[in-house]
Every structure is written in C-alpha cells, then in structure tokens.
Design a protein around this ligand. Structure first.
Ligand code: FAD
Length: 430
C-alpha cells in the first residue's frame, strides 16, 4: 500500500479542519488534510459554486488554495492505528497516511433520527441531508414539503427550501415554546446567533413555525404522500412530497473512539488546547460538542497551533473562546427530546434500517451490544451512526465500541499490506 506522511494530519475538511490545517501549516509544518467529500467545506460550506458561499467561507477556502496543505478529497479514513497510521480508501484504492507529530480529528457531526411509522419511506429525508442535497442541486420547486424535528438547524434548512421554490407548508419543532424562548433569551451574549436566526426566519416568513409539535407518522404506498403531526391535543394531516426530519446532531466521534480517545457521551473530551486523552491526537469542531461553525473554526485554529507545537499561541487563542460549554448544555437542554417521541414507533417500525431490524425484535435485549449480536442492529453500512442514538433514546442503552471499517470499503483496501513510505503526494488529490 502506498504510504504518505506529514508532520500534521487533519481528518475532516469542514470549518474546523480547514482552520486547523491552515494554522498548522502557518506554523511551518507539513500538513495533509483528508476528507471523504469531493470538495473541502464540510457540511455548512458544502457547495457547487464557490461564489455563492458567504465571504468567511470563501476567504478560508482561498487561504487553503494558497497554502501548501496537501488536500486529499474523496478519501475516507476507514481504520486507524494508535501507532500513527490511518488507512484511507481513496476512491477504492488503499492509502496509508502517517502523522509524524500530531493528528487533528475534525470529523463533525451526524444527524439524529427518531424512528416513527413511515420514516423509511422514499421522500423522507434528514433535515441536514436535505440541506446537503439542496446544496448539490436537488430540485424541490413546487414540491409540498414539511419540516419536522428539532433544533436550530431547522431554520437555515427551511430558508433554503423556501428559496429553492418548495411549497413549505409547516416547520414543526418538537420542543415547547417556553424552552425555545428561554434558549433564545440566553443567547443575548451572542448577537451574531440572533442575527442569523432572524435572517433565516425572514427566509420563510410565509410558513408557520410551530413549537410543541411533532410528527406522528408518514404515509404513502410507494413514497411519502402525507404526514400526520400533533401538538399533543389534536392531529393534523398534510399532503407531502418531501418530509425532512431530524432531531438535532450527534458528534461524529467514531474515529476518535477507535483511537482510544476518552469521550463524554458522544463528545470527544479535550483540554484547553483541544488535546484529547491520546498523546499527539487533537480534536476540534462538532466532534467535541455541537456548537456551530464559529466555535468550530476557533477550535480548529487552536488545535492546529497546538498540533504544530505552538502551545503558547494555542493557549492565547483559547482565551478568546467564549464559554461555550454553557451554550452546548443549553442547546441540549432546550431541544431535549420529549417523552412522547419514545412512543412513536410501532412494533413493526424499523429502528435499524440498514439491517431491517424492527423495534419489536429489540425489546428483549439489555444493551446495544446484546441487540447487535442477536439481531445485527448497527452492523450495516452506517455502522450504528443512525440507530445507536435511537436505541439510546428508546431504551437508555449506552454507546457500543467502534470497530473498523468506519465506512463501507473493499477487502482490497482493508487487506492491503503496509509498505515503505512513498514520495510526498501532490498538493491536491481526488
Ligand atoms: C448533514 C448536516 C448538514 C448541516 N448543514 C448545516 C447548515 O446548512 N448550516 C449550519 O449552520 N450548520 C449545518 N450543520 C451543522 C454544521 O455541521 C456545523 O455548524 C459546522 O459545519 C461544523 O463544522 P465541523 O468542521 O466541526 O464539521 P463538518 O463541517 O461536519 O466537517 C466534518 C468533515 O469531516 C469529514 N469526515 C468525517 N469523518 C471522516 C472520515 N472518517 N474520513 C474522511 N472524512 C471524514 C466529513 O466528510 C466532513 O466534511 C449541518 C450538519 C450536518 C450533519
């Protein structure tokens, strides 16, 4: 297997990873930046046309272009050894990537789904997934669209759907009005978040935003045709071509956990300079907690400096970080899932949609591991990213250990033997 090496290797080319790579390179280190997407930008800066991105995003991407950071896109890290080597699936070819001094994990987050009857029908997609599809050019003009779930991500996605010409009939937030207001009021220290929220809401003014409202079921023969929602008192059924649903985000900590980094729930634990519990391994952005792109950038910068050995610079920058632990906790508290959502799935509702495991087959077990061994729940292509948070919600089960491969790959990638280091890679590889 070809093997490349750099002083600092960064996994994830979202805001956090780009900032980390640029800071480490600016401190004089050789850097390799890896992402499974075809372009850098991560979730929030996903794009087809760079000119359409906000100024901040364009500026970071330009800095990346001008830097000597070696960018590997279309490259999934599928396995890792604490001894400092990553196994990468580069478009079906195996590649080893070694870090000589430090590894920065900036792997972002996943959407959290709560299974309900009909959630696997064609036409039911994740809220963030819808956003990603829209940014990739999905045509929703004239479609009847309902957005139902929880969390701040509903707002930008509603605005994007509206702008794209969808007939967005309802945005349903499961959290009660009081909690949403308290969360908003607690943001007085972050006027930029207020401005963002107001700008997004202005983007879908003609659509009602209902708090304390949640989806009960999606129905249709071949695909979703209608969706029924409730506010706890009455039910309301709406025609629907596209149902976007998602109940917040979960830190993507699989790679960190595979490397043995300590976690607090799904979040990777880090210190003041983003160092994890593993020597030479740093983590930044939403893998350390869901706090939005601004914090992700700052954490990326801190991690990049620390990974490059500039601890004093990292600590200086760290002092600029707002006390976001309170924000992360406030977000989780405001948008915590209501009890009623636990009763949504019927016995026949699939919880693990990769392996077709319905709720009724899971009830007899006592842990994620036990259910996995008996039913294969969590052993499909998503490797539990979707069903584990759902199992946690329904049964209170803990998080199971991580096994490679982290993403579906071929045996030739997994079995490729190690070889000597090859010449350094060109600056951009896809
Ligand atoms: C589906 C989705 C859509 C979102 N859309 C928005 C939005 O429109 N607006 C908004 O404000 N916030 C959005 N968010 C929240 C958003 O992710 C953050 O605010 C911000 O992008 C976090 O930056 P980050 O760098 O921590 O992570 P991300 O931007 O998520 O970047 C992480 C990157 O790591 C890569 N990666 C992960 N694991 C591997 C691996 N093993 N190998 C190779 N690459 C890997 C991913 O491909 C990704 O590009 C979205 C979140 C999700 C999950």
């Amino acid at each position: 297997m070809t093997e490349w090496a750099a002083s600092v290797v960064v996994v994830g080319a979202g805001p956090a990873g780009i900032a980390a790579a640029i800071r480490a390179e600016g401190a004089g280190r050789s850097v390799i930046l890896i992402d499974q997407a075809q372009r850098p930008g991560g979730q929030i800066w996903r794009h087809r046309d760079r000119a359409a991105l906000p100024r901040q995003a364009r500026s970071w991407l330009q800095r990346l272009d001008r830097s000597s950071v070696r960018l590997l896109t279309g490259a999934s890290v599928v396995d890792a050894e604490p001894s400092s080597r990553l196994r990468v699936d580069l478009g079906g070819r195996p590649l080893g990537v070694r870090w000589n001094d430090a590894l920065v994990l900036a792997t972002g987050s996943h959407e959290r789904f709560v299974p309900f009857p009909g959630w696997t029908l064609p036409g039911v997609v994740g809220v963030g997934g819808a956003q990603a599809l829209l940014k990739s050019g999905m045509d929703v003009a004239g479609m009847e669209v309902v957005l139902a779930g929880s969390g701040p991500l509903l707002l930008p996605v509603a605005a994007t759907l509206s702008r794209a010409g969808a007939n967005l009939t309802l945005v349903a937030e499961q959290a009660p009005l009081g909690r949403v207001i308290r969360f908003g009021a607690a943001l007085w220290r972050s006027p930029s978040r207020w401005l963002d929220a107001a700008r997004y809401r202005a983007g879908f003014l003609r659509t009602p935003y209902r708090t304390g409202t949640w989806v009960l079921r999606a129905e249709g023969e071949d695909r979703v045709r209608e969706v029924t929602l409730t506010d706890g008192d009455g039910e309301r059924t709406l025609p629907c071509d596209l149902l976007c649903t998602g109940f917040g985000l979960t830190p993507a900590s699989e790679l960190a956990r595979l490397l043995g980094c300590a976690t607090d729930g799904w979040r990777v634990k880090v210190d003041g300079v983003q160092a994890t519990s593993e020597d030479g391994v740093y983590c930044a952005g939403e893998a350390c907690g869901i706090a939005g792109a601004e914090i992700a950038i700052l954490e990326g910068e801190i991690a990049g400096l620390a990974a490059a050995g500039d601890r004093a610079g990292a600590e200086r920058l760290g002092r600029r970080r707002p006390p976001h632990d309170r924000f992360v906790a406030g977000l989780a508290q405001a948008f915590r899932l209501r009890e009623e959502l636990s009763a949504l799935p019927a016995g026949t509702t699939l919880v693990c949609r990769c392996e077709d495991v319905p709720l009724e087959r899971l009830r007899d077990f006592g842990s994620t591991r036990e259910a996995k061994l008996h039913t294969r729940a969590g052993m499909g292509p998503c490797q539990g990213r979707i069903c584990q948070p759902a199992l946690q919600h329904f049964f209170g089960w803990g998080i199971d250990s991580v096994r490679p491969p982290l993403f579906p790959t071929s045996l030739s990638v997994l079995a490729a033997p190690e070889e000597d280091e090859s010449p350094p890679p060109p600056t951009s590889i896809t």
